[in-house]
Design a protein around this ligand. Structure first.
Ligand SMILES: [Zn+2]
Length: 438
């Protein structure tokens, strides 16, 4: 009797376990990027997935998922406004889906585990439709602070504490505007950063440095606040002092108010001719009619039209370098004119041999050699003013409130048994001279 009951019980348990594990694998399949079945089940499709390898260019990467050069061009054009291919990096995931006739029907690119850019062939229109498949992520704020130890530099310290090199470099670049580390960094100098990290599962896929401070006897005390502009990929999104001074060391301004690279500097397959050619500049996305600004003061040495460059302006700057602006809709300056920094010299257009409106922006060093203009650090403005300055003030207030919250919750862990003191701690945090001086 007992044995048969035990058997029944065991069978029941194993059934429950089985069904539970089925459910789990089912749930997993649904949650991985797919909200709807992409493709009708009846037909036979074949998917190829690869990760970008070191030293692999975009065309090589596409070739490794069996996408030939002419198809690559179509895909790149379909994704151009959404993806910055110049930022393609090792480990990015490419996926190509083919039908039984070995025709490409869907392509996707994932540059982090939570976001997938997808283009799918629309049979009715014959065009490639774009959509973004997103997984759930959350933002998590934390304070990272410390003291310079003997024989250690700030960058070494930040890397040792697990920050990604790009994040550590951003912190250093902000502070370099204010602190001469070589001369004035000393053992015992204190630093503090407020990081807002976007997490997918436990992995950090994006980091915003909301607040940076450095304080030392010789270096003095310096603070920087992150300002995020309303416009996507705005060049105003950067680090500023509380008074709105930009913390980028540069004499150059951006030629557009927002920056999205459609095509980077260097060897590429030309979007119109399909031939391999050196791209001596960068193509920046811009709506037709958007103002184009002189990146620095100088003399207009060229203001002409030709069938390849379209409307073209070139400006020679004081140090002998030259900036080039191509495919303009309208030219606002003439040869021989002197222009101020950030003066409007024309508008974004699609004149010349192009596939759509954009600004081709080129830069020649004083020695006459072409260089990647984006390897120059540029600045949207030396100082935020007007509406943007008010927004900065708002964002600084939020950042400060977040810092206080985190400070208090850190302390609260230790004084949980001593609740009446928490209020005192909040007061103390508010008065904290180190935090909010300047
Ligand atoms: Zn170009």
């Amino acid at each position: 009797m007992l044995n048969s009951n035990m058997f029944k019980l065991l069978t029941l348990i194993s059934l429950i376990l089985l069904s539970a594990s089925c459910e789990r694998s089912e749930a997993k399949r649904v949650s991985s990027f797919t909200t709807q079945p992409i493709i009708p089940v009846k037909e036979v499709y074949k998917a190829k997935v690869v990760q970008v390898k070191r030293g692999q260019g975009l065309y090589q990467a596409l070739k490794s998922v069996s996408i030939d050069n002419s198809m690559a061009l179509t895909i790149i054009n379909a994704l151009r406004d959404e993806v910055e291919f110049s930022k393609l990096k090792v480990g990015d995931k490419l996926e190509a889906v083919f039908n039984q006739n070995k025709e490409l029907v869907e392509f996707s690119l994932a540059q982090n585990p939570a976001e997938k850019h997808v283009v799918r062939l629309n049979r009715n229109t014959g065009k490639w439709d774009y959509h973004l498949r997103e997984e759930e992520t959350h933002w998590n704020a934390r304070i990272l602070e410390g003291e310079l130890r003997s024989g250690s530099t700030l960058i070494e310290d930040l890397l040792a504490r697990g920050l990604a090199p790009s994040v550590a470099n951003e912190i250093i670049n902000v502070l370099l505007c204010k602190v001469n580390f070589r001369m004035n960094a000393r053992m015992g100098d204190r630093y503090k950063v407020l990081l807002n990290e976007r997490k997918h599962n436990e992995e950090t896929i994006q980091t915003k440095i909301l607040y940076t401070s450095y304080s030392g006897e010789r270096a003095g005390t310096h603070e920087a606040f992150f300002y995020e502009d309303e416009e996507k990929s705005s060049t105003y999104t950067a680090h500023y002092t509380e008074r709105g001074q930009a913390l980028i060391r540069s004499g150059l301004r951006y030629p557009l108010s927002s920056l999205h690279v459609r095509s980077g500097y260097g060897w590429r397959r030309h979007p119109v001719t399909g031939r391999r050619a050196m791209h001596r500049g960068v193509d920046l996305r811009g709506r037709r009619g958007r103002p184009v600004h002189a990146v620095a003061a100088g003399k207009v040495i060229l203001s002409t039209y030709n069938k390849y460059a379209g409307n073209k302006v070139a400006i020679r700057h004081r140090d002998g370098s030259t900036s080039y602006y191509l495919h303009l809709n309208k030219r606002g300056v003439n040869k021989g004119d002197w222009v101020r920094t950030y003066q409007v010299i024309g508008t974004v257009g699609s004149t010349g041999r192009v596939t759509g409106p954009h600004l081709h922006f080129g830069f020649k060093k004083p020695n006459g050699r072409w260089m990647n203009p984006l390897s120059k650090r540029m600045i949207a403005t030396p100082r935020l003013t007007g509406k943007r300055f008010l927004k900065l003030k708002e964002q600084i207030a939020q950042t400060k409130a977040l810092l206080i919250d985190l400070e208090v919750s850190k302390k609260a862990k230790y004084i949980l048994a001593d609740i009446p003191n928490i209020e005192k701690d909040i007061e103390k945090a508010r008065e904290n001279k180190y935090l909010f001086s300047l």
